[in-house]
Design a protein around this ligand. Sequence first.
Ligand code: GDP
Length: 453
Amino acid sequence: MFESLSDRLTATLKDLRGKGRLSPADVDATCREIRLALLEADVALPVVRTFIARIKERAKGAEVSAALNPAQQVVKVVNEELVGILGGETRRIQFAKTPPTVIMLAGLQGAGKTTLAGKLAQWLRGQGHTPLLVACDLQRPNAVTQLKVVGERAGVPVFAPHPGATTAGEAEGAGVGDPVAVARAGIEEAKARQHDVVVVDTAGRLGVDEALMQQAADIRDAISPDEVLFVLDAMIGQDAVATADAFRAGVGFTGVVLTKLDGDARGGAALSVREVTGQPILFASTGEKLDDFDVFHPERMASRILGMGDVLTLIEQAEQVFDAKQAEEAATKIGSGELTLEDFLEQMMAIRKMGPIANLLGMLPGAGQMKDAIGQIDEKQLDRVQAIIRGMTPAERANPKIINASRRLRIANGSGVKVSDVNQLVDRFFEARKMMSSMAGRMGLPGARKNQR
Ligand code: GDP
């Protein structure tokens, strides 16, 4: 998502570099390029107009700062305005003073509501909440079952109007067929069982449909949600703005969740929705798995679009998967040249837990320029490395020096690779260990030995 927009904007702004002064013609030309890039990315016309007008206005005064050259100032202005149209500050869920906090999901069918319910439930749990999912999508035949599946994956109970239910409320078959009654009963269930957040999944519609819109409004009136989240598929392009507008008029919402940001659509919806509806984007979904989900940070998204990388997200993800003590131990071992293949395997698995390596690299500054190389990264190769190390005995992993020819043959056979693959891995490991250790020595890291072999 945003790739071609990002490429164009980065290229346009790069052209400005090296110019001491910006003439009005430079500013005009840059604005023209930015305008085209945004329109091509499907950003809504009124949003593009406002954006360009603000940039022009601010770029005119770009010669007065002492700290930045004019080109840098334009980049700064574009970045700030981009953050602005994405919503400015990060907007968090507003929790109710008296629990439970009620979050209602609304949106078109297929937007990703049910999937989102699971993601949100898992995320809330991770934040120390005790959510309950409520299945009010009684329109789509499989929606209730689907919600139960994602609920189970997220480890969060689901309240659903079905016989054969898992909770007392369900067993009573609370209002089968009537989503408003199910929603009410769901809230009661949450109170009785002291869930502090309730996420209510509602029926979607294929297009903007009066009857279903009314149903969503009725559910809203029955449960007075603290947040109504409009779930928007970022891949639907120009239609997004009209859809968002229809939901704003028909149901109203307090925030937006963008889904399918992993797709390769042009992403204009994402850039327009906040400005057009006046409501902030709270979360972004980037895949089908429960983990493919994060709080939406306007400033990080803007720097990603402008090719400035998203190092903060990367650091946060790393903090989640790396154990600080383990990482420190590994660093010490690197310094002393004692890193083992076991350590290497552990670190590699931790990194891969953060997602595909290509995604991680994509968050680094300058990733746009490395796109081809990143595209060539083969996860299967990494699988192979893992398989080879797993094929070794603990003694071999701890002391790779003992891996002689016959051991290499055994490892290769056991992990289904060629002996040359094993040779390559072991040789590279020794080289890398030596290199990292001498780097650590030069950087004065803990455990670093002065004299490396
Ligand atoms: P609902 O009708 O709004 O409840 O939509 P669903 O939750 O059933 O999602 C519709 C389809 O989109 C499913 O196949 C999901 O797996 C898929 N989906 C949901 N969110 C994402 C996302 O962020 N990225 C991708 N690639 N697919 C998603």
